[in-house]
Write a protein that binds this ligand. Sequence first.
Ligand code: 3PG
Length: 213
Amino acid sequence: MTPQNASKLTEDICRLAPVVPVLVIDDASIAEPLARALVAGGLPALEVTLRTPAALDAIRAMAGVEGGTVGAGTLLTPEDVKAAKAAGARFGVSPGATDRLLQACEDEELPLLPGAATASEAMRLYERGYSVQKFFPAEAAGGAAALKAIGAPIPQVRFCPTGGVTLQNAPGYLSLGNTLCVGGSWVAPAGLIAARDWAGIEALAREAAALSR
Ligand code: 3PG
């Protein structure tokens, strides 16, 4: 898959809803009801971070949820890419980008949302063909003001800012011309997951899905 084609696919995924939930799942048995709650609340694109031993099983379980588009986050190595693809991930997300990681996603046909935090990083990815990127860590890297400033000289690149994004600061990003959606973990907080409070998570998803962009 070319980076250009990957970017078309990730753009479509980013346009599904204003927020992509970033999910940390410790117990794969909750993956399916969690995905159902988020999709029911209006957030179909889901990112499961490969940070827990349960993550790949969670992706497998979520891949069967109707209406959902499940991706794998925290891709760091070519091995992560292969495992994510085999588990059924439809897209990948990485906090940064290396040549080996990009090549693995292109070889494995996994559309990647690669991470960039600076103008040079965004330029290197754009040079390779990635016009849709994750701005990470969004708040720590300067927030909406930084992303707006990057957009002035590099309007060709559109972003999904992630990292420290909340319901309160999301509108500042979503109003920018170079922001397609935001990513965030606030819609699936650990407390509500532990309590199996699917109605509570669906309500948070509904609130996030109503954000305008
Ligand atoms: C991540 O990769 O962990 C994301 O940036 C989520 O960040 P958040 O927990 O601040 O939303």
